[in-house]
Design a protein around this ligand. Structure first.
Ligand code: HEM
Ligand code: HEM
Length: 185
């Protein structure tokens, strides 16, 4: 069908993409809820979920990249301007850098506190063999939070791009990532 015509992502790629999108939004809302929690206990419980889901998001991003080797992405729409092509590629690449780099930074920072990362009680990443350094851990988390803001800015650019193409240019861009509708370009 359309997938065969080369305009649409594979079903597996779509599923992983939407899981990542939901995961990123959930991570953002959890971090904000953790910061504004009424008590330290409530904050820790919320952040434990943020840590766990963060590792899951990283694993899904790695699975998405692995799947790309099995089924390469369809080429970007042929009628995109050079700057649009560039912006899409930079945004997509930075997404993966952040989706893998941010959890790794979190794991590294936790290790500086001397603990690993428990993932929903199912398994735990062990503390990395680094010297205990709570101050350094705080710095890494500060960097992680800044990266989180960058990720949200990228997501806003990404969504505005998809909506501009779908609603204004009417090129069916969004349907490249959905199992229905018609991608045109
Ligand atoms: C914030 C979370 C999101 C992340 C991290 C994300 C990430 C990505 C990445 C990395 C790609 C490149 C293809 C791939 O490697 O799978 C992509 C493509 C795409 N995304 Fe997202 N996405 C997010 C949210 C959204 C949302 C909310 C929409 C809908 C408005 C959307 C619509 C699309 C579309 C239509 C494509 C296909 C672009 C094309 O090849 O023409 N994404 N996304
Ligand atoms: C891809 C996965 C992850 C995403 C998208 C993500 C995203 C975010 C965002 C958006 C913030 C809030 C920034 C702000 O409002 O200031 C944040 C804060 C935080 N995250 Fe993550 N995170 C991820 C994984 C992790 C992991 C795996 C850990 C720990 C093991 C972690 C630990 C923290 C901590 C401690 C904060 C509070 C930092 C501070 O305010 O100093 N995150 N994260």
């Amino acid at each position: 069908m359309n997938e065969a015509a080369g305009r649409r992502y594979s079903k597996v790629a779509m599923a992983l993409h939407w899981l990542l999108a939901i995961g990123v939004i959930a991570q953002w809302r959890l971090a904000v809820a953790g910061e504004n929690a009424p008590s330290d206990e409530a904050g820790s419980a919320i952040m434990a979920n943020h840590f766990s889901l963060g590792i899951v998001v990283m694993l899904v991003a790695l699975a998405r990249l692995a799947w790309r080797l099995v089924r390469p992405n369809p080429p970007l729409a042929a009628d995109l301007a050079a700057w649009e092509r560039w912006l899409a590629k930079v945004t997509h690449t930075l997404f993966y850098v952040l989706l893998i780099g941010m959890p790794l930074a979190g794991w590294y920072a936790m290790s500086k506190y001397g603990t690993g990362v428990d993932v929903f009680g199912l398994f735990a990443l062990p503390a990395l063999p680094v010297a205990t350094d709570p101050e350094g851990a705080g710095d890494v988390f500060g960097f992680h939070a800044a990266a989180g803001i960058a990720l949200l800015v990228l997501a806003a650019i990404h969504v505005l791009g998809a909506l501009k193409h779908t609603l204004i240019d009417r090129d069916g861009n969004l349907f490249r990532m959905l199992p229905f509708g018609t991608p045109k370009a």
